[in-house]
Design a protein around this ligand. Structure first.
Ligand SMILES: NC(=O)c1ccc[n+]([C@@H]2O[C@H](COP(=O)([O-])OP(=O)(O)OC[C@H]3O[C@@H](n4cnc5c(N)ncnc54)[C@H](O)[C@@H]3O)[C@@H](O)[C@H]2O)c1
Ligand SMILES: [Zn+2]
Length: 399
């Protein structure tokens, strides 16, 4: 057997032929969130300002939430007028792609396929943009399709619910439900920008108007207790649909969520802990048990009450804070009558699903005081069942 030629003989440098090579790269990214009113109106340049300056021709594919469109029949006309004002630089790749709103859009492949097929039919390339306008579910499903078509097309998100403006839309995750498990399929893909147009919130129904407020209470409890004070003081205005009070909560909630993504050190959630997921193991399970008839925001309110009640029962939290949070949630319209906590064991199953979804060690975030996070790695099932039963009893009492 002949001996291998020396590198000198074959004329290649040693460095090129190393058998173990590590290369490190990082990509700087600016997560951009903008708040505005009437984004498509004359004189409002918020949308154009986030389009890359060097993009001479802006080819835009729009995806719109059908429920939003039903409530805002003027939306397409405003969008068309906006495009005409920015023509010829801005061109639509085709008619708006309309997909159903709400959780059903994430159940199965139908909406994903509609968006991916339109991206194909409208020749949307990697130098084009996809503008998604809708609730968290539409953002999740259409964002998943856009971020996987051609291995990723840049997306501008325009969330249209309080939950998506203050929380879901700010995130960098996309996904759909599969095998009966929420968000089983999905990815992390930061959008080019998030534009929160507060005027879109005016047409929301009551449940989705309040939806983002339970997430705001959650993030206030974890990260910024003064926001809880503001929400409590403004609960009457918030419940009676005062847009300016809602704007304050949205600004603060979005900022706290964004700070967590940008400065929390784990934007792609590689670690076990998801500190912002207070109340979420139960919330996701309640949504599934109800076949997604309980909206995410309402489920989060129940999940918060359950986790805080548990923390009191293991002597790590003072009951006065739980009473305060429950009172605040009820004054916002949450924690009304609901049958889905009757079977405590069925709810408890959500804990194992949560662990599986995150992988590895069970980590349930809770608090020992407003602003002080505690991660629980072991849960006493019998105490948790008591906590669920106690919240269930609360739901049966008229607020
Ligand atoms: N990606 C993430 O990081 C993340 C985080 C939290 C939640 N989520 C997801 O967000 C989803 C919930 O989103 P949501 O609370 O925004 O509700 P949603 O998307 O389910 O929409 C609720 C309903 O409101 C309608 N709608 C939307 N905007 C409207 C408007 N302005 N006027 C009138 N009707 C309107 C929709 O058609 C739908 O019927 C869940 O699937 C949840 O899992 C995602
Ligand atoms: Zn949530």
């Amino acid at each position: 057997m002949s001996s291998p030629s020396s590198n000198q003989e074959i004329g290649l440098e040693d460095q090129l032929l190393q058998k173990s090579v590590d290369g490190t790269f990082s990509i700087p990214w600016t997560h951009r969130v903008r708040f505005t009113h009437d984004a498509f109106s004359e004189g409002n340049d918020v949308l154009m300002a986030v389009v890359p300056e060097d993009m001479e021709q802006v080819r835009l594919c729009t995806v719109i939430d059908e429920g939003l469109l039903e409530a805002r029949s003027d939306l397409i006309e405003s969008l068309n007028q906006w495009q005409q004002r920015h023509s010829p630089r801005v061109q639509f790749t085709g008619p708006p792609v309309i997909i159903p709103g709400g959780e059903s859009t994430k159940n199965g492949w139908s909406s994903f396929e509609t968006v991916a097929a339109a991206i194909n039919d409208q020749h949307v390339c990697r130098r084009s943009l996809v503008l998604i306008i809708g609730g968290g579910a539409v953002l999740d499903a259409a964002g998943f399709a856009a971020s996987t078509s051609h291995r990723g097309i840049d997306v501008i998100r325009m969330p249209s619910t309080t939950l998506s403006q203050g929380d879901a839309g700010i995130g960098i995750k996309n996904g759909i439900n599969a095998f009966g498990v929420k968000n089983f399929l999905g990815n992390f893909s930061p959008p080019l920008a998030v534009i929160n147009d507060l005027s879109l919130l005016e047409s929301l129904d009551e449940a989705h108007w309040r939806g983002g407020l339970s997430e705001a209470v959650k993030v206030a409890l974890l990260k910024h207790p003064p926001l809880l004070d503001y929400i409590e003081q403004s609960s009457g205005r918030l419940r009676s649909r005062d847009l300016s009070a809602m704007e304050t909560v949205m600004l603060a909630s979005a900022r706290l969520h964004m700070d967590h993504i940008v400065n929390g050190g784990d934007p792609f959630e590689n670690q076990h802990a998801r500190p912002l997921d207070l109340g979420h193991w139960a919330a996701h399970r309640i949504e599934a048990i109800s076949q997604w008839s309980v909206p995410h925001g309402d489920a989060v309110a129940m999940g918060l009450a359950i986790d805080l009640e548990y923390t009191v029962r293991i002597n790590r939290l003072d009951r006065t804070l739980v009473d305060r949070v429950v009172g605040c949630l009820r004054s916002l319209g949450f924690l009304g009558s609901c049958d889905y906590l009757n079977d405590g064991m069925a709810v408890l199953k959500g804990m194992e699903e949560f662990r599986e979804h995150l992988g590895g060690r069970l980590t349930i975030p809770t608090i020992t005081a407003a602003g002080t996070i505690l991660e629980l790695h072991e849960i006493d099932s019998s105490i948790m069942l008591e906590a669920i039963a106690s919240v269930n009893e609360l739901l049966s009492v008229e607020s």
